[in-house]
Ligand binder design. Structure first.
Ligand code: S3P
Length: 173
């Protein structure tokens, strides 16, 4: 599936609002490697926001682009910490690429915690619905098994100590 890498890559998967960017940045800083965010790479490439792209081209076109960008980032030389978009695991190809080419961490939160963090967010196109909590519950139910299938480790993101333990582990390698 993915090229085997000589440089360690850690990738983070999990629901929107679960802390992938925050934890990813922290992890990257402590290990001393760059932090890369696949959503940010996509926005650079399209020269606009993901939200607008969804509105104009739809989710399928976004997923195609996401797969291309993830494949490129996995193949890019150099160690880094990679945060992926919450829906990256929906495609089997992405799950396989990530799992074969990196150490995958699933940052797991409850839908209720995610809702608390995302209540006022307007940037996530899939959550611009009447009942975002119900939507988050549905998404969590659909995706939790996929995140688990893709990940090597699961971190309950409500526990900051887990992140520190992880950093220590990464530094020991
Ligand atoms: C999505 C999550 C977003 C972004 C896009 C789709 C999803 O990333 O990729 O809006 O399907 O859950 P975050 O997880 O960083 O919010």
């Amino acid at each position: 599936v993915a090229p085997s890498r000589s440089d360690p890559l850690i990738s983070l998967v999990g629901m929107p609002g679960g802390g992938k960017s925050t934890v990813g940045r922290q992890l990257a800083r402590q290990i001393g490697v760059p932090f890369v965010d696949s959503d940010h790479e996509i926005e650079q490439r399209i020269g606009g926001s993901i939200k607008q792209f969804f509105e104009h081209h739809g989710e399928d076109a976004f997923r195609d682009l996401e797969t291309e960008v993830i494949a490129e980032l996995i193949a890019r030389p150099g160690a880094c910490v990679l945060a992926t978009g919450g829906g990256a695991v929906l495609r089997e190809q992405n799950r396989e690429l990530l799992r074969a080419g990196s150490t995958v961490l699933y940052l797991r939160s409850t839908p209720e915690d995610l809702f608390r963090r995302l209540r006022h967010d307007t940037t996530r196109p899939l959550l611009q619905v009447k009942d975002p909590l119900a939507r988050l519950r549905e998404m969590h139910q659909q995706r939790d098994p996929l995140y688990r299938r893709c990940a090597h480790f699961i971190l309950e993101s409500a526990r900051p100590s887990a992140v520190q333990a992880l950093v220590n582990m990464a530094l020991m390698q």
